[in-house]
Design a protein around this ligand. Structure first.
Ligand code: TXA
Ligand code: MG
Length: 313
């Protein structure tokens, strides 16, 4: 009963109606496809966890069309204002203290006193939120622990029958989930590397290397950063100079392979291709595993390697 509709005026209208009635709609953002529900409706938000088959209630990102509606629900800090003016709308999520009078479902915070919020850049996503006139809670639109979707077809293959409507807006431009920053204090903490490179944030703020919660045992963790995330069905082997017999080779730069993340060695292009190419090579009828070429650890390479490490668990 899942329907795919094009992201046009009619599709947006149907999607907004479905969301307002408590339904689940998958929609494209510039990062990945999200599995959306009305963030003020407990039952609808619970439906997200059920559809994804999430083992526990990980907190969810809540999406807004503009800053004014976002500020009704979270306490903006001076740091958050600065980051918002620099990088929103865009592939950045800020974790902020929830306002006491916010009507957001408690389920989006999974027991924390904070909420992760984002203003997506993708025009279709913003149109949908404006039409719906509700904050939209949306994790990536994949079954729990599987690869994030960057095409409507990826959503259908992992959530067919579990989502009411899929808005097809083509491929996601960034192709990696948003960068999650804790902005409750004076300096940002990187909770999840993503589509906005950490170095870009540091340079824009004129600060040194920010704390990365993955490396610092004492820093707060993003509860969704489970190591088994983003897993294809086939085993994944990293930093491979070549494939062994039976393996698919996912290359980077001037090596040849079954797929190449970026023949020119461009990490932005590699990020946009990552999940789609892993989806394509994750085919047990053709391969026994996926070997991945070394990816440089700079810029978006940090997030790409993070996702690859999870895929290889
Ligand atoms: O690009 C994205 O961020 C996509 C699109 C759809 O916006 N969404 C996405 O959502 O990746 P999800 O649920 O797959 O990942 C949300 C991440 C998780 O790592 C989660 O633990 C973290 O954000 N998170 C959410 N709320 C949090 C909170 N209150 N405190 C700390 N981390 C939080
Ligand atoms: Mg996810």
């Amino acid at each position: 009963k899942t329907e795919i509709v094009p992201l046009d005026a009619q599709g947006l209208d149907r999607a907004a109606t479905c969301l307002r009635l408590g339904g689940l709609v998958a929609f494209p953002t510039e990062t990945v496809y999200g599995l959306g529900a009305d963030a003020t409706n407990d039952k609808a938000v619970a439906g997200i966890f059920e559809a994804k088959g999430r083992p526990q209630f990980n907190p969810l990102i809540v999406h807004f069309p503009d800053l004014a509606s976002l500020e009704r629900h979270v306490e903006m800090t001076p740091l958050a204002h600065k980051l918002a003016s620099l990088f929103w709308p865009g592939p950045m999520t800020l974790v902020l203290k929830r306002k006491p009078r916010s009507k957001l479902s408690r389920l989006v915070s999974a027991g924390l006193d904070t909420v992760a919020v984002r203003l997506p850049a993708q025009g279709g996503a913003r149109d949908l939120m404006r039409l719906t006139d509700r904050p939209i809670a949306a994790p990536s639109a994949n079954a729990s622990g599987r690869l994030s979707p960057t095409l409507a077809a990826h959503v259908l293959s992992s959530l067919d029958g579990r989502v009411d409507l899929i808005l097809d807006g083509g491929a996601c431009g960034v192709g990696l989930e948003s960068t999650v920053l804790d902005a409750t204090g004076d300096s940002p903490i990187l909770l999840r590397p993503g589509g906005l490179a950490a170095e870009v944030v540091e340079q824009a703020l004129g600060i040194g290397r920010m704390t990365r919660s993955l490396e610092d045992e004492k820093a707060p963790k993003s509860p969704g950063m489970l190591l088994s995330h983003y897993a294809p069905g086939l085993p994944v082997r990293l930093n491979a100079e070549a494939a062994t017999s039976g393996e698919a080779y996912l290359s980077f730069g001037d090596r040849s392979g079954n797929a190449n993340l970026s023949p020119g060695g461009d990490l932005v292009e590699a990020a946009a291709n990552l999940f789609r190419m892993l989806h394509e090579l994750d085919d047990p009828a053709r391969f026994t595993g996926i070997a991945v070429a070394p990816i440089p650890e700079s810029g978006l390479g940090l997030a790409i390697n993070d996702r690859l490490k999870r895929a290889a668990q």
